[in-house]
Design a protein. Structure first.
Length: 164
């Protein structure tokens, strides 16, 4: 058995930072009628459309790291709010393509400005958005996100043969 660390674990710090960021973005984009998750969807869609892509819900889910079912739920809510359009892909009738409406583009541009200001505040202790420490931090986060995580299955003999 290993000794307990005297301070917070890296996992605890990642969790706390993720929650701090989610809450801050939720509060910042709420006046625009968005949640953090909706912001992630429309900002990603905005960026993809800017490069000429008209992504499917599945492609947007892969891009954002959100579950496909959650993207579908978010997309329906954003469609009801008039911010995106959902249409069948002519090449694959099972796929749904997403596009920002004019209103969606305007709201998204405003939200991006608000969140960029928030990001600048967050990264100021590292020297700001373009600082070497921020680039190193981003590289470290990318490395960690690229690590596949699979839960270990406990080898507990007392549960073998038991029906779940």
């Amino acid at each position: 058995m290993s000794e307990m660390s005297p301070g917070p674990t890296p996992g605890s710090l990642v969790w706390r930072l993720a929650n701090k960021w989610r809450v801050a973005v939720d509060r910042a984009v709420a006046p625009l009628g968005l949640t953090h998750a909706q912001y992630v969807l429309v900002a990603s869609l905005h960026g993809m459309q800017h490069t000429g892509e008209r992504p499917s819900q599945r492609r947007l889910a892969d891009h954002t790291g959100l579950e496909a079912l959650y993207v579908s739920k978010l997309a329906r809510a954003l469609e009801s709010a008039g911010l995106i359009e959902r249409t069948r892909d002519p090449r694959d009738p099972r796929a749904v393509q997403l596009t920002l409406t004019e209103q969606g583009q305007a709201v998204t541009r405003q939200a991006i400005v608000v969140v960029q200001e928030l990001l600048q505040q967050l990264l100021e202790p590292l020297g700001g958005l373009d600082a070497p420490r921020t680039r190193a931090f981003t590289d470290d986060l990318t490395t960690l996100l690229d690590v596949p995580l699979t839960p270990a299955v406990p080898d507990d003999k007392s549960t073998q043969g038991a029906t779940p």
